[in-house]
Design a protein around this ligand. Structure first.
Ligand SMILES: [Zn+2]
Ligand SMILES: [Zn+2]
Length: 265
């Protein structure tokens, strides 16, 4: 299939690929910002040029392999450098290498900026540590859109596992509190559209179909973390066979928030 895309608003495209990763290209008057870089076989920079002709720079929502694979095709790449170690581990993962030997991340990462100016667009990054230490959400102040990567999941629950660098639940709860405050200060409300880092997952939700990310999901997630910490959450536990061995899976639900916690046995 390669890449497919569709406009999600006047200035932005959703780019999808075989590995079910969602990327977003936001076109400003002077330049364009690409949210995440997937892990596909096909050249992503060339694909972006088929959509528009502005210079493109890349901002990574976090350092996981499925979001960084082709960022080396862009001259300027930003990441919250709290994810730098994770990025370095994941860029050399065998399945990223197998995906395409040319699929290469870059050595030259720049520290995440607070604000990106695209000419007529301001994009503001807000830290939301939890899924990874350096996870961020990106707010498009013109189009009232929030690109949230994997920070609150893409509809069927945020994945939290120490094996992929996730933080303890109490730190995620604190990150959510700060991020909600900051987003509300920026004017984000229930009318803003949230766009996750994967597609199709919102139909696999346990609480609604579709269950799309939103501001309320962040608020419910904060409560869910606190309830799971206190042992009062509605949870379901099972043992999962995963490629790297068996793990205990705990699913917690509160309101529209879902959280999948994987812990070693
Ligand atoms: Zn992901
Ligand atoms: Zn991730």
């Amino acid at each position: 299939m390669g890449y497919t895309s569709r406009k999600i608003n006047e200035d932005s495209w959703l780019i999808q690929c075989d590995s079910h990763v969602s990327m977003y290209l936001i076109e400003g008057k002077e330049k364009a910002l690409l949210v995440d870089a997937g892990m596909e076989k096909e050249n992503l920079a060339e694909y972006c040029r088929t959509l528009m002709d502005r210079p493109v720079f890349c901002v990574l929502t976090h350092g996981h392999y499925d979001h960084i694979g082709r960022c080396g095709e862009f001259a300027v790449v930003y990441l919250d450098l709290k994810d730098r170690d994770l990025y370095d581990q994941h860029r050399s993962r065998p399945f990223l290498q197998q995906s395409d030997p040319c699929c290469k991340a870059t050595d030259e990462l720049l520290e995440m900026k607070k604000e990106y100016d695209l000419g007529d667009h301001r994009i503001i990054s807000v830290p939301l540590p939890g899924h990874t230490p350096g996870s961020v959400v990106l707010c498009d102040m013109k189009q009232h859109a929030v690109f949230c990567g994997d920070a609150i999941g893409s509809g069927c629950g945020v994945l939290m596992t120490a094996g992929l660098g996730s933080l303890p639940l109490n730190e995620y709860a604190a990150g959510l509190s700060q991020a909600i405050d900051e987003l509300e200060r920026l004017g984000v409300d229930d009318d803003w559209q949230f766009y996750g880092g994967h597609y199709g997952q919102h139909h696999a939700s346990r609480v609604g179909d579709p269950n799309l990310p939103c501001l309320q999901m962040m608020k419910d997630m904060r409560i869910l973390c606190e309830e799971m910490e206190a042992g009062t959450a509605t949870i379901r536990e099972s043992i999962k066979e995963l490629p790297f061995g068996k793990a205990k899976e705990t699913i917690g639900i509160h309101g529209c928030a879902e959280l999948q916690l994987l812990t070693d046995l």
